[in-house]
Design a protein around this ligand. Structure first.
Ligand code: ATP
Ligand code: MG
Length: 413
């Protein structure tokens, strides 16, 4: 009877080699940039009580109603694998008393889980980098957060992706806009998609977000938030946009951008590849790479005090697709032990240690047929090959051997 190997779970990925290097490059660049902007690191659990997400995000959102991996643990408690970071961060903020650090600039990254239809750029386990500023009501916080996102994309070498920016107004503006949208869409209810008919009562803003063909004809003439903004909300948005201009962040007004979750107020944004650009090609229809906004109501939903906050998250896989494959870093030197003598092996090992102690990436080949060892080293493409045999040593490679190698191994001079 043949043994069958179990397959990976649908919608998960095993990432290796040049693609894994791209993934690591995204994370390393994020780490560098978040330090530049002085965001502090946090690590949260991968699972939380289900209510953390249900209460933060709202029961009517796609994420909560359709996409969560929830299960009862052996003690009968309903737990959920995190589908996003913000709710868990808000929970941690409250249960650890992080209020004392407010305004708190936080950064994290890691895996997330959503039960979605897998396709290119959309997985059931995916990864995000995430940045939040908690306990800051002022529009400068939005600018800081967006400047960091823009800087990160530039450091990643992604230049054909633009910030699409909207305001959803304060609670009052949003309510007035919402009422107008309900009235407008109710008049054409029968012609809307089933999803949007359902959204009409629960979450009408999200109709604007619809990709369904049946909804498209009604979207351009839908009421605009600008007609409902309070003076304060308008002023808030003006400070955000002038701050972005001062920081050199290019942006585009996107009046229909609402984002999927209930908790957003004021600023909402997405970074989207420019039409016809290489990044747009690379991502296909899964085009948003980074999204977020201000979520002034979320922490209250979790039973905390009113706490203004703003944040974003970006898919690491999607960013890695835009970065493209990255070469695996080359070795500065490869040591070849040319025979099976104790003396050569010992000297090779000492040299390998010295190279690494001098911060030179190196590895050693000392197994397999002695005749083939040098060929193996050449294949690995190191700048230099250092050989040891029972009675001597040698170095070969590029015309100019890195002086750092001679510093690590002076006897080679
Ligand atoms: P989408 O409209 O693509 O479903 P979303 O609004 O659900 O995105 P967010 O919850 O804002 O996405 O997550 C922020 C980012 O995380 C997205 O812009 C995307 O880059 C990434 N992302 C979201 N869901 C997935 C997924 N299933 N697989 C891979 N990346 C994802
Ligand atoms: Mg989604």
């Amino acid at each position: 009877m043949g043994k069958k190997t179990p397959q990976a779970i649908r919608g998960t990925q095993d990432i290796f080699g040049a693609e894994a290097e791209a993934f690591a490059f995204v994370v390393e660049t994020f780490e560098r940039v978040r330090k530049l902007y002085r965001f502090r690191r946090a690590e949260m659990p991968v699972f939380e009580k289900t209510e953390v997400f249900a209460r933060s995000l709202g029961e009517t959102t796609d994420v909560v109603s359709k996409e969560m991996y929830s299960f009862d643990d052996r003690g009968g408690e309903s737990l959920t694998l995190r589908p996003e970071f913000t709710a868990g961060i808000a929970r941690a903020f409250l249960t650890n008393g992080w209020q004392q650090h407010a305004p708190l600039k936080l950064a994290t990254h890691g895996p997330l889980f959503r039960y979605e239809r897998p396709q290119k750029g959309r997985y059931r386990q995916f990864h995000q980098i995430d940045a939040e500023i908690i306990g800051a009501a002022e529009p400068q916080a939005d600018v800081e957060l967006l400047a960091m996102a823009d800087h990160l994309l530039k450091e990643l070498g992604i230049r054909d992706v633009t910030l699409h920016l909207n305001t959803l107004g304060d609670g009052e503006s949003r309510e007035a806009w919402r009422a107008a949208l309900v009235e407008y869409f109710r008049a054409v209810k029968d012609q809307l998609s089933e999803d949007s008919q359902e959204r009409l009562e629960k979450n009408p803003l999200r109709i604007l977000d619809s990709k369904d063909r049946r909804d498209q004809p009604f979207l351009p003439d839908a009421p605009k938030i600008d007609d409902f903004l309070s003076d304060e909300a308008r002023e808030f948005f003006a400070v955000v946009t002038s701050g972005l201009d001062a920081a050199g962040v290019k942006w585009k007004r996107a009046e229909a951008l609402v984002r999927g979750l209930d908790y957003y107020r004021h600023t909402a944004f997405e970074f989207i590849p420019d039409e016809g650009s290489a990044s747009a090609d690379a991502l296909g229809s899964q085009s948003t790479v980074l999204g977020g906004g201000r979520y002034d109501g979320l922490i209250e939903n979790l039973g905390g005090p009113a706490t203004p906050a703003v944040g974003w998250a970006a898919g690491i896989e999607r960013l890695a697709m835009l970065v493209g494959e990255r070469a695996e870093p080359a070795a500065a030197a490869i040591i070849v032990v040319e025979d099976n003598s104790q003396a050569a092996l010992r000297q090779g090992m000492e040299a390998l240690t010295a190279l690494r102690n001098h911060n030179l990436p190196a590895e050693m080949i000392a197994t397999g047929s002695p005749r083939k060892r040098r060929d193996k080293a050449v294949k690995k493409g190191a700048a230099s090959i250092i050989t040891f045999h029972e009675t001597g040593h040698g170095i070969s490679g590029d015309d100019d051997i890195d002086p750092a190698i001679f510093e690590a191994l002076p006897f080679l001079r």
